[in-house]
Design a protein. Structure first.
Length: 173
């Protein structure tokens, strides 16, 4: 089975090494995410996958915040972030800077995550509010929607789980 690895054996980057490391050209956009724990979890997952940046939009909480830090575990010090008053404002910025923007949402013409082909292009992924998902006007402003196939009765996942699943699937190859 093997011995559990200790932190020094994991060869984790220091904060400075992380900041200087080449990032994946992906920006996570949090669209009015209410839970500060979900925000912190998004930071921690973004750190794990060397994501370029997180955009915090609308009512999404921002660092410094003790509740965010409970789940971020220091990732707010490594992952770059920017706050926007609205998600649409963030999308305007992203499009001006040549990012392809996808909503992570169940939508009429969504692409199944298992069929989505990430090609290392500058990409932004919009994750929505825990109750209402990604706002329709935001979906309309995106290049498309990506959906995680689900078979249960709830048909939704917590945003922290969704961020992890989507990033794992994009970068597992």
């Amino acid at each position: 089975m093997g011995q559990k690895l200790q932190n020094q054996a994991l060869k984790r980057l220091t904060v400075d090494e992380f900041k200087n490391a080449e990032k994946r050209p992906v920006i996570l956009v949090l669209d009015n995410v209410r839970s500060l724990n979900n925000v912190g979890s998004a930071f921690r997952t973004a750190d794990a996958f060397l994501i370029e940046e997180i955009f915090l939009c609308g009512l999404t909480g921002a660092p410094p915040n003790k509740e965010i830090e409970k789940t971020a575990l220091g990732a707010t010090s490594t992952v770059k972030w920017t706050y926007f008053k609205s998600t649409l404002e963030a999308l305007v910025y992203l499009k001006k800077n040549a990012y392809i923007v996808y909503a992570i949402e169940q939508a009429e013409y969504s692409i199944s995550l298992k069929d989505f082909c990430y090609t290392s292009e500058k990409t932004a992924l919009v994750f929505g509010n825990e109750v209402y998902g990604v706002e329709q006007e935001v979906i309309d402003a995106c290049a498309g929607a990506i959906e995680i196939p689900q078979r249960g009765s709830k048909h939704s996942l917590n945003i922290s789980v969704t961020v992890g699943i989507v990033l794992w699937e994009l970068f597992r190859g």
